[in-house]
Design a protein around this ligand. Structure first.
Ligand code: AGP
Length: 614
């Protein structure tokens, strides 16, 4: 979704910081970008459709150099096509005010009518421009910038994060407000910064303040003040961020996705190792979270998530029901929130999210809380809204994930689900210490096993398979049991980055309809591991092969490899841990296919990293 940055500095030279911030936020996905600065008391704006390079070219004349206040934006179009004129910042009628925005102003049509009647001429098709005019109008009536922002925002409905600058406001150079999408602010001795994502602040400081819904922040060079929409001062805590600016760089890799796939041995170790108590055969989560008392009270779990995180939650259902005997429902967050759900007493809502800022997941979790659920989350972003609103938190410690296609965050989420299943099983007495120890040892061995999967010969083998299948008519990814969601995730990864049609399906369901699609142009990727459904999956592979499909078997089940003909051998592990290992070749297969097809792997078309609107 849209990226927002802003800076005010005692010394001149804010443009470089804005572009650097936008560069860091590029991964969120965007279709145009723009900046506004105030230089010598005058508002100067540049905006361009397309990549940041287009904006940089438009800044070559140096006219915006030397300003000490500015805002910058990467836009992901919602209202109005991607174009120069719809790009942000937008200005009010007088040209004094410039505003950038992430989110949606829902009542923009009626406000537009009101402004049209007032003689305002609109230069764009966006909902954003309306609010720039509202602020401008308030300032024309004598309000200061912060008061004008508060007054204008009291008139709008919707979810938004905005940042605004105005000419002739030396005391309050930069104002931002949050009602929904995230905003992070920070003051250093001689400057202050804002961004829609903590990564945008890391080049300047690692001490940040997360704004809450209903906050308005006023930033000056070295100062920061937060109020509510009525202007009352509110206190917000400063958080120290462990991520370093270098964590979000490419570090010599051709793509973030490949870099992040290769980080998985370390990530899995970070997620699991320090939480293992091998003596007791148990899991200990920092700060006494997920303790015995809270876990014994859990009668049912409702997983809420989207996309890849939902697939991790589906694996979590098999693990938790299998090991802890607690019933688990899994729902798309976007469906749960509108289906008037019934939650029974003792329900724990478990939100799973890499970013912790996904609008649907946040809304669904808030609804579950309203309905009386205790709220837990598995999340990768320590200071995120999801984490701040949860009662129990299990951080995945995967480090910043920049590639739009989630890889390391997914396997870390699955590992976190294993930890949670063990914790619940031990607290409830359904899992013996010995069985828990076996699983913990299995988790400990994953690092070496993943390193093997990422070794040159295995990667080369996967690359050669990618060459053979890169022109297939379509793909089916099949799996059963705990590996069924792995098949769903394999298909999602491939379509996200290669734009090939791929479907994930429960292998046993193929014969109930989709098998009609099988012909020699279709590639069937079957995921299997020794265990209860292994032989069933092998028969399902036989069924599609005998109808002309080309089968590729992924996993450690030799019988499936033999039937399929082509295979990617995965080291053997406990069946409950096999989703983690089986996912890795699927990530590489998608990566190589997308690369061979010349796709923009880290910035796939139409996608945004963090989906902060409905
Ligand atoms: C994964 O590759 C995605 N691009 C997407 O499905 C993502 O997992 C989903 O939007 C949820 O994001 P979150 O984990 O940040 O909540």
């Amino acid at each position: 979704m849209c990226g927002i940055v802003g800076a005010v500095r005692r010394e001149e030279g804010v443009l470089g910081a804005l572009i650097e911030g936008l560069r860091v936020l590029e991964y969120r996905g965007y279709d145009s970008s723009g900046v506004a600065v105030i230089k010598d008391g005058r508002m100067l704006v540049r905006k361009k459709e397309g990549r940041l390079e287009n904006l940089e070219a438009a800044l070559q004349d140096g006219a915006l150099e030397g300003a000490s206040i500015g805002i910058g934006h990467t836009r992901w179009a919602t209202h109005g096509e991607p174009s120069d004129r719809n790009a942000h910042p937008h200005q009010g009628r007088s040209g004094r005010v410039a505003l950038i925005h992430n989110g949606i102003f829902e009542n923009y049509l009626e406000l537009r009518e009101e402004l049209l009647a007032d003689g305002v001429e609109f230069l764009s098709e966006t909902d954003t421009e309306i609010v720039a005019h509202l602020i401008d109008r308030e300032m024309a009536q004598g309000l200061s910038l912060p008061d004008a922002v508060r007054a204008a925002l009291r008139r709008v409905q919707g979810h938004y994060a905005v940042a605004v600058i105005a000419e002739d406001e030396p005391e309050t150079p930069l104002v931002c407000a949050r009602q929904g999408p995230p905003l992070v602010v920070a003051a250093t001795p001689n400057a202050a910064y804002l961004a829609s994502d903590v990564l945008g602040l890391l080049p300047h400081t690692n001490k940040v303040v997360y704004l809450e819904d209903g906050d308005v922040a006023v930033l000056g060079a070295g100062t920061l003040q937060v109020t509510d929409f009525a202007g009352q001062k509110v206190e917000r805590e400063e958080h120290q961020i462990d991520w370093k600016p270098g964590d979000s760089g490419l570090g010599g890799w051709p793509h973030y996705m490949l870099k992040e796939i290769h980080e998985q041995p370390d990530v899995l170790a970070r997620t699991t190792l320090e939480r293992m108590d091998l003596d007791k055969g148990d899991v200990v989560i920092e700060g006494g979270q997920f303790g015995n008392e809270a876990m014994r009270a859990v009668q049912r779990i409702q997983v809420l998530a989207c996309g890849t995180a939902l697939h991790a939650g589906m694996i979590g259902r098999y693990l938790i029901e299998g090991l802890a005997r607690v019933p688990v429902d899994v729902d798309f967050a976007s469906e749960f929130r509108y289906r008037n759900p019934v939650l029974t007493a003792g329900t724990m809502a478990l939100a799973i999210s890499q970013s912790g800022e996904t609008a649907d997941t946040l809304a669904a979790t808030r609804l579950a809380k309203e309905l009386g659920a205790q709220v837990a989350c598995i999340c990768n972003s320590a200071g995120s809204t999801q984490v701040r609103e949860a009662d129990e938190v299990l951080l995945t410690h995967a480090g910043p994930e920049i590639g739009v296609a989630s890889t390391k965050a997914f396997t870390a989420q699955v590992a976190a689900c294993v930890l949670l299943a063990i914790r619940l099983g031990r607290a409830k007495g359904t899992l013996s210490a010995d069985r828990a120890r076996e699983l913990l040892h299995g988790l400990r061995n994953l690092r070496e096993q993943i390193e093997h999967l990422l070794s040159e010969p295995v990667r080369e083998h996967i690359r050669s398979l990618a060459k053979q299948h890169a022109r297939a008519k379509g793909f089916f990814f099949l799996g059963r049991g705990v590996n069924f969601p792995v098949a769903l995730e394999g298909a999602l990864k491939l379509k996200e980055i290669s734009y090939m049609h791929a479907e994930g399906y429960a292998a046993g369901e193929m014969k109930h309809g989709p098998i009609a699609l099988i012909d020699p142009g279709m590639t069937i990727v079957a995921v299997n591991a020794p265990g209860v459904v292994a032989d069933k999956v092998r028969s399902n592979i036989e069924q599609v092969k005998s109808r002309g499909g080309v089968a590729l078997s992924v996993g450690s089940h030799q019988g499936s490899h033999k039937i399929a003909g082509q295979c990617i051998e995965v080291p053997e592990t406990d069946e409950w841990l096999s989703p983690i290992l089986n996912s890795i070749p699927l990530q590489l297969l998608s990566y190589y296919i997308a690369d061979l097809r010349g796709c923009d792997i880290d910035k796939p078309r139409n996608l945004a990293k963090s989906v902060t609107v409905e």
